[in-house]
Design a protein around this ligand. Structure first.
Ligand code: HEM
Length: 460
């Protein structure tokens, strides 16, 4: 088998730009190697990176036994558990996916919208005024609370607070990159990094198992959260998800769903606030479609410019910049004959910045999504095929609810100094400095602005 050429760096040197300057590194590779290249990193087999829509289409149409994705996520096993959708492959992956999909269907979204708006508005009321602050952490609190309330179905109160604190602690402890090394994954008591992580995880899990048992024993009628629906779900043989399967999937939804959405929202604010003309058009769109006063999920959902803006954010700044698969049989992809067991990466970032698909690709231009449509192999920030993100409709919906609330209730701007760079935050690529912004004024319910500040910058 001949692999496409690639950067001649030794693996030990290639890992640094790959991890810490991923986009300039990918751009440099793309300038040199058209459509595909091979990357050699330490301790893993050489991987072929494709960024040509035909190869994307070929790989996404492969069946569950032709390519696997779960193996690539094995480092997450201690946290997510053996039954996580992200780790499974083949028939078992399909079984769990079928059970998980119905609550994420597009039609279900409007019933989650009210809670998303409520959570955002409560958070906005606490954002500081008149000084620079990192908005990423506020957005992360919103997306975290959305998962606890909409997915886990836990209403505010004692359990909500304990669960929030418990999983925050685990996620913070789990951010330590050293924990990914198997040699460090040894419990040397509560003060060792791994020992602390497993104890915090056990405490958070205990709360989650308690809730699963309580809800199983006394199902609450009329609840429409995702856990309630998963408790009712049955596979083709009539079997429900076990407690351990439910726990693993809930933690997977928390991990896969909150940081990705918060980071995409940070990028959205970065680009919207950099373009007063676009911001004014977005506010006008809200005003013309029911006004700023009462925000209604179904109306927000259908706003064309807001939709185009969200899609353009995910095109220009895909927070998960690539998806991986391992071939389970020899395959021809993008004109290359590849052996079984070859790892293949599809670069979302490079495809979505191809000038032949997106003219002037580094320009933030939501109107390109109003002028034309893009296929699932040209725009795929949520991956594709049988592994496509199950939270896609949920995330698009949530981004629109949060952005509509921010636009309707606040006047924000970017600080005058300081350039925002792309930095890696565990699995995602995020804006540097936690995305600093300034909240200049709050709009009162009638669309008026409550402090003098720069309201005029927003007037269309
Ligand atoms: C803007 C936000 C999000 C982005 C950019 C994103 C992106 C992705 C990507 C790229 C994948 C891998 C797909 C592939 O391999 O082809 C994925 C998988 C997944 N995502 Fe998301 N995601 C987001 C939000 C969410 C949300 C809100 C949830 C759930 C609440 C979620 C749950 C999942 C799950 C469970 C998988 C695994 C699917 C499988 O392996 O079958 N994601 N996501």
């Amino acid at each position: 088998m001949t692999l496409p050429p690639g950067p001649p760096l030794p693996p030990a040197l290639a890992i640094t730009p790959w991890l810490f300057r991923p986009f300039p590194f990918l751009d440099a590779c793309a300038r040199r190697y058209p459509d595909a290249f091979t990357i050699r990193l330490p301790a893993i087999p050489s991987a072929v990176v494709f960024y040509q829509p035909d190869a994307v289409k070929e790989l996404f149409s492969a069946g569950p036994d032709d390519v696997h994705a779960g193996k690539a996520n094995a480092v997450l096993r201690p946290f997510l558990g053996d039954n996580s959708l992200l780790l499974l492959d083949g028939a078992e992956h399909l079984r769990q996916r079928k059970l998980l999909l119905p609550p994420f269907h597009g039609e279900r979204m409007s019933s989650y919208g009210e809670r998303m708006l409520e959570i955002t508005e409560a958070s906005l009321a606490r954002w500081p005024e008149g000084r620079t602050f990192p908005v990423h952490e506020k957005l992360q609190e919103i997306t975290f609370d959305v998962i606890l309330r909409v997915v886990f179905g836990i209403e505010e109160g004692g359990l909500f607070d304990r669960m929030r604190a418990g999983f925050r602690d685990v996620l913070m402890a789990g951010m330590n990159p050293w924990l990914l090394l198997p040699a460090v994954q040894r419990d040397l008591g509560p003060w060792s990094p791994w020992g602390r992580f497993v104890r915090l995880l056990a405490q958070a899990d205990e709360l989650l198992y308690g809730e699963i048992r309580r809800r199983r024993a006394a199902p609450a009628a009329g609840k429409d959260d995702i856990l309630s629906m998963l408790l009712q779900a049955r596979d083709e043989e009539g079997k429900p998800l076990s407690d351990v399967e439910l726990r693993d999937e809930l933690v997977t939804l928390l991990v896969a769903g909150h940081e990705t959405t918060a980071t995409s929202l940070s990028w959205a604010l970065r680009w919207i606030l950099a373009s007063p003309a676009l911001e004014a058009r977005l506010v006008r769109e809200l005003e013309d479609n029911g006004g700023l006063e009462s925000l209604e999920p179904d109306r927000i959902m259908k706003l064309p410019l807001l939709d185009a803006t969200v899609r353009e954010v995910l095109r220009l700044q895909p927070v998960v910049p690539m998806v991986g698969r391992v071939l389970q049989r020899p395959m021809r992809l993008g004109g290359w004959d590849l052996d079984r067991d070859t790892p293949v990466l599809l670069s979302i970032y490079l495809v979505q910045r191809r000038p032949d698909l997106y003219p002037d690709p580094t320009r933030f231009d939501p109107d390109r999504f109003l002028r034309g449509k893009f296929s699932p192999s040209e725009w795929f920030p949520f991956g594709g095929g049988i592994r496509r993100c199950i939270g896609m409709a949920f995330a698009l919906f949530e981004m629109k609810m949060v952005l509509a609330s921010v636009l309707a209730r606040t006047v924000m701007r970017l600080p005058r100094f300081g350039r925002v760079r792309e930095v890696r935050r565990s699995i995602t690529v995020a804006p540097s400095g936690g995305m600093p912004v300034i909240l200049e004024a709050r709009r009162k319910r009638q669309g008026r602005v409550t402090s003098p500040a720069s309201a005029s910058t927003l007037s269309p």
